[in-house]
Design a protein around this ligand. Sequence first.
Ligand SMILES: [Zn+2]
Ligand SMILES: [Zn+2]
Length: 255
Amino acid sequence: MLTGHIGRACRSAGRMVLDAVLPPLCLRCAEIVESPGTLCAACWQGFSFIAPPYCARCADPFPTDPGAGALCAGCLARPPRYRRARAALIYDQESRRLVLPFKHGDRTDMARACGSWMARAGAELLAEADIVAPVPLHWRRLLARRYNQAQLLARAAVGHAEDRARLSLAPDLLRRRRWTGSQSGLRAEERRGNVRAAFDIRPRWAAEIVGKAVVLVDDVLTTGATVEACARVLQRGGVRHVDVLTLARVVRPAL
Ligand SMILES: [Zn+2]
Ligand SMILES: [Zn+2]
C-alpha cells in the first residue's frame, strides 16, 4: 500500500517536472497547444457541444426551435424520473476518443476541462442545486479502476460552478450495492432491469438530503436507466428533485 502511495507521489512529482519542461498537449490528440488542459483548434471544432434549441426535459437537440418548454418524443412517450438532464457534448466518434481514455485509461487530467464544459451546460441546474453527487461505481470496479470518473467530473463541475460555495459535493451519497456488470450491449428495457434496486443512500446522508435539490453526475447518458435508478432511490429518500448532468449524451436513445 505504502509503495503504491510513494509510487503515485513520485509519478505526480515527475509529471509536474515534465509539465514544466514539455509544451502542453491537446487533451484528445496530443497536438501542442497554448495552455495545459485544453483542446487544439481541430479537436475543438470536431466536437458537437450541445446548445439550445433542445428538449426542456432531457436536452435532446431539436433541428429547429419549437418554442420554450417543448419536449422531445421520447420524454412525451415516457417521462424520465429526473426533472432535467443536461450534457456538454453529443456522444459520437469524436467525443468517444475523449471519454474512453478518461474512463478507462487513467487520463484523469481531463477532468478539469470536462468539468468546465459541464458547468456551462448545466449552469441552470447547478444554480438551483443544493447537493452534487456522482453515480457510484461498485467497489469491485472502483478497486480495478482506482477512480470513479463520475466523481472526478462532479468535483470539477462544482469547482467551475458560479455559486460553488453554496453547493455540497457528496461523493459518497449513493452506494452501488449490487454488481450490475456492463450495461453496454443491453437494450433500454434490459438496462432498466439490470440496475433496478442496485443503489441505496448511505445512512449518514439520509436526513441531510430531505427537501434538497440534487444534481447527479455521470460521464455519459445513454438510455438514462442508471441515473433513473439513482433518481428513484433519491426521490424515495425525500429529495425535492433530481437533475442530471453528464459530460456527453447519446442523442435520441432507443426507447
Ligand atoms: Zn487535438
Ligand atoms: Zn426529452
